[in-house]
Design a protein around this ligand. Structure first.
Ligand SMILES: Cc1cc2nc3c(=O)[nH]c(=O)nc-3n(C[C@H](O)[C@H](O)[C@H](O)COP(=O)(O)OP(=O)(O)OC[C@H]3O[C@@H](n4cnc5c(N)ncnc54)[C@H](O)[C@@H]3O)c2cc1C
Ligand code: FES
Ligand code: FES
Length: 478
């Protein structure tokens, strides 16, 4: 898989490592795309990884004096979902990040990684294009800023050079006369790649009725995200009547050049472009769209505010050994190059409670807590454990007492074969920290990345409800 794993602590170091090792080196952020590409042999030339998650301040979301929003390259989808600033001034991006994978994936996966992977089905590119975003790239040769509209060359192809690091994502904050949102059609509610996605940002004229400007972007219907230019032009100067919305949706189809693939035929996609453009415009015509994402969405990062930060590490060279804390005990591992955290836990630490279901981020069986947040250990490089704090299902037991989630899974018989159970328990343990009284919908959102082929989920949901009540009572007493 990879030979060298660097953990730089400054952007200068990361850029210098790229200079030294490109084209054989790649930046790794969440690793949720890159690890699978390496595993599948899609990047045979890459054997050096540069982990930027230990560089301080890369995970900031800010608004500058000119009214532009800036996202650092470490900003995860869950940070976007949780950001009040983005909810108010960049809602289409929040809605899209909310639709990426499931919570434990969103705790690692970054917006920058989503942009750079450059799949036309990636969810955040569509709203970022509609928002008029640009990216700043840095290399040893200098810095350049590229509008996202000029960033893509084709399917998974960008203008970014192998020695460049993305250091900033920027776009104008939505103003008081602007509103936007996003819709995605997937084959299921979570962990689903888009069959079609649509984003729109509308600007109203001073009369509050007429559309002064429109940006509509379409995903998964062409080699890159495209603007629905005819629909955009048609909307300018119009009022959002049902007839105008229907015509704009019909015109949007003309910008789509979809193909048939495993997720849908070209004809179906064209039809869905019309349906989803209509839905987006109808939602915007009705007014405020912020309710489309729950006010307190499950993040599975517990109660720590504002969100868990990786612990600092001092070594930027490849560590000969991984020194890490698992369930409160310090471990030292050697010979773990090219392994995932899941393999490290099971094969080296012999903590076999954590299960491998798919090894591709799809099932949630491998969920553990990394630096306070639920993550999928099959998508975390083992070297990321260096200097980290990890909790596995074995570590939830305190003074020989099962954690409330473990106990209620037993009491409610929420287990059949039990293979999925450690993953559910780890996700649910974080969920009830954040949501002392989760309703069924919140539990469903929180556990949407965990699959069970046996139980039918009802007993699992019952167990989580009861565990939340017990956990809240325990913490009130304390
Ligand atoms: C189970 C599963 C479900 C998924 N569901 C969705 C979904 O619903 N919607 C969706 O859009 N995506 C989805 N994805 C894809 C993936 O999670 C996202 O694309 C994610 O945002 C990638 O971010 P990352 O931080 O993990 O990227 P990484 O894997 O770390 O990196 C991705 C690419 O970007 C490069 N890179 C990252 N940061 C930088 C930087 N700062 N400078 C230069 N290069 C950089 C890497 O070298 C690599 O080539 C899913 C993936 C999985 C495994
Ligand atoms: S999600 Fe990691 S093993 Fe399935
Ligand atoms: S209990 Fe068997 S997979 Fe969930």
């Amino acid at each position: 898989m990879w030979r060298l794993y660097f953990t730089p602590t400054t952007v200068d170091e990361a850029v210098d490592l790229l200079r030294r090792y490109a084209p054989h080196a790649r930046i790794i952020a969440g690793g949720t795309d890159l690890l699978l590409e390496l595993e599948r042999g899609q990047r045979p030339d890459v054997d050096v990884l540069i982990d930027i998650t230990r560089i301080p301040e890369l995970d900031t979301i800010t608004l500058d004096d000119e009214g532009w929003i800036h996202l650092g390259p470490g900003v995860t989808h869950n940070q976007v979902v949780a950001s009040r600033l983005l909810r108010e001034k960049a809602f289409p991006l929040v809605r899209a990040s909310w639709e990426v994978g499931a919570p434990a994936l969103r705790n690692r996966a970054t917006v920058a990684g989503n942009i750079i992977t450059a799949s036309p089905a990636n969810d955040t590119i569509t709203p970022l294009m509609a928002l008029g975003a640009q990216v700043t790239l840095r290399s040893a040769q200098g810095v350049r800023t590229v509008p996202l509209a000029q960033f893509y060359l084709g399917v998974r192809q960008t203008v970014m050079r192998a020695d460049e690091m993305l250091v900033d994502i920027a776009f104008p904050a939505l103003g008081p006369r602007q509103r936007g949102t996003f819709r995605k059609l997937g084959l299921r509610k979570a962990q689903a790649i888009a069959v079609v996605n649509v984003a729109a940002v509308l600007t109203w004229a001073d009369d509050g009725e007429t559309i002064a400007d429109a940006a509509i972007t379409l995903g998964a219907v062409a080699p890159t995200i495209v603007h629905a230019t005819e629909a955009e032009a048609f909307l300018r100067g119009q009022r959002l009547t049902p007839e105008v919305i229907a015509e704009a949706a019909r015109l949007a189809v003309r910008s789509a050049r979809p193909i048939d693939d495993i997720r849908g035929s070209a004809a179906y996609r064209r039809r869905m472009v019309e349906v989803f453009t209509r839905r987006v415009l109808q939602a915007l015509a009705q007014g405020d769209v912020s309710h489309e994402v729950p006010a307190h969405p499950p993040l599975l990062w517990g109660r720590e505010e504002p969100h868990p930060h990786p612990l600092p590490v001092s070594a930027s060279h490849p560590p000969d050994e991984i020194v890490t804390r698992i369930n409160g005990r310090v471990y030292v591992f050697r010979d773990a190059e090219g392994k995932t955290l899941l393999q490290l836990l099971r094969d080296h630490a012999l903590l076999t409670g954590t299960k491998e279901g798919c090894a591709e981020g799809e099932c949630g069986a491998c969920t553990v807590h990394l630096d306070g947040a639920a993550v999928l250990s099959c998508l975390v490089p083992a070297a990321r454990a260096h200097g980290a704090d990890i909790v596995t299902v074995e570590g939830l037991v305190r003074a020989e007492h099962l954690h409330p989630v473990q106990q209620t899974f037993v009491d409610e018989a929420a287990v059949q074969c039990g293979y999925c159970t450690p993953g559910f328990v780890m996700a649910a343990a974080k969920l009830i920290e954040e949501h002392p009284q989760p309703d069924r919908e919140t539990i469903a959102y929180g556990l949407s990345g965990n699959l069970c082929r046996c139980t039918g989920y009802y007993k699992i949901f019952d167990a989580v409800e009861k565990a939340a009540a017990q956990y809240a009572a325990q913490h009130e007493e304390a």
